[in-house]
Design a protein around this ligand. Sequence first.
Ligand code: ZN
Length: 402
Amino acid sequence: METKQENWPLLSFKEYEKDINPTPTYQRSSVWKPEQKQMLIDSILRKIDIPKIYLRETKKKDYQYEIIDGQQRMRAIWGFLKNDLSLSEEAEQILVKDKLFEVSEKLYKELDSSVVVERIHKYSLNIVIIYDATEDEIADLFYRLNNGTPLTPAEVRNAMPGEMKETIKTVAKHIFFEKVSFANRRFIYDQICAQMMMLELNNGLADTRDRTLSKMYSDYSKSVPTTAIKNIQNALDVLEKIFPEHSRLLNRAATINVYLLISYLLKNTKLTKDFYALFFDWYSQTEPERRKDNEYRLYMSSSSNSRSAIEGRFRILISALYQQFPKLGIIQLDQKRLFDEEQKMDIFARDKGVCQKCSKKVGERSWHADHKKPWIKGGKTILDNGELLCVKCNLQKKDKLW
Ligand SMILES: [Zn+2]
């Protein structure tokens, strides 16, 4: 990777606009508010230095440069030079050659010519041009330059070089995403795909919050298991056939729900084309009612990417599904998913308030009633199949779905 530094007159940016790609793949979309843009232009008019802009020289036909860092600043400058952006109402007068000029709410074309000549024509920007760089080097540079500015976790992951990032980017282009109800702002589809990947890598249930997803990106930067990729592709192929375009049912949490259901079924049974239609009818008819249920609602909303929320939703859905399609249920699930208060008191008394795994004594409210044989594997919600576990031991125990 080579770099050179140049000074470009501000006005030259206008001509360069067609040569610069402001949104290469590692970039985020425009997110500055008007006030931030106005502040930048105000700084320029007051001869205040603004941070360097990093451009990558490309050998591509359509664009001569890509913006690595400075997209928001360049968009603000372009907007201002094209008279799409005015200065703020609060902008103070500007002193040029011992004379004060009004700039509040003015467009570029409305500025006094002395301000334009002295402050715009004479202003130049520090540009760093990167050339002979690999994709990985660019992604790494982008990641470093943006450390400390508020990128979303999905954006940060998107700038992390490696196999996992590439895999997720490819998966996120699956046509299934034409069926969801939300747009791909700030790499949301990548985030959803990363969550699916996390579930596959853990055989069903996993924490899919941002911190764990980022760790997955670095853990699997060298290679990604092909079975996991294939599983995701298979499930998305089926989901794509099940749902109509822009389905209102498919918000973010619901997308993970149906994904997990179909992925689980694909591993346990054969799904026919007839089933796709039946599944959609069942899901679209029952889901609105389910979302009125307090327990389900809680799992859908509060910390919905946590392992326990995903598991809670899955349990409710799979129970309902097996009720509707009993033939699918190779495993007989107990209709009762959770131990009730009375059973919990009995378990606590029988196990003498001691974790059955690490023998630690627990407080009366800080323990979990665990199924010895997992509920999802057909374990019954009865006293004999219940045991007291401390919270830590219970979270360590992974109930694999497949
Ligand atoms: Zn324990």
